[in-house]
Design a protein around this ligand. Sequence first.
Ligand code: ZN
Length: 262
Amino acid sequence: MCDEPRNLVSLASVPADDQRFPPVNEIAANGALVLFSGGQDSTTCLAWALERFSCVETIGFRYGQRHAVEMDVRQPIRDALSRRFPDWAGRLGRDHVVPLDAWALVSQSALLDRSDFGLRDDGLPNTFVPGRNIVFLAFAAIVAEQRGLKVLVAGMCETDYSGYPDCRDDTVKAMQVTLNLGMASRLVIETPLMWIDKAQTWQLAENLGGSDLVSLIVEMSHTCYIGERQHRHTWGYGCGKCDACALRARGWDGYVARTTVR
Ligand code: ZN
């Protein structure tokens, strides 16, 4: 059961000029904090954590994304998970949303403005947001420390991905070491999707919550880079053209093909 410690204030419920996380004395036993963006991967990670930990909190970041769709679907997904999966409802704790408004002032990326998608000079997609996962993990570690949560769960994957260097296992491992050294903690970063492809991510969702969870992720999660929610494909909503849609669609096709063979 995810007990809610008293005297705590949610970031989302305090005035914008006082968005601090007060210290917590009560340690949430067996608790995890999930980096939850509202996409397919992080929704699957949230279900994975709800299956394993007695208290699961979520964290999301407003960093000037070119659309707000992902952030807007986060709470409806949390509500739907609680409603449709009663065993998980008592484990799902509070949500934290961290504003990182300065990001677009110091960085350029097609995810931060309206640029056309393409490749950078170094060959990386121009949707790469340098330092994003490094900063996210650092903030998540700070919040976890304040909340007494010992595990971070994140959806990075280097098996079937866009090549972002901060999605690599070595980056995450190095961050775990750095955070624990710098904060004198014993935090563990779990990345359940790191070594599976997108088809296996759909399969993992099925293993965790059956077809109900797969349907929930198809219908409610959002992956498309441009925020397209008009066109409904078999794999969910999106433009169907951007790299994020392409990865999601290819994974879905692979999942369906494997399911059909069984
Ligand atoms: Zn798209």
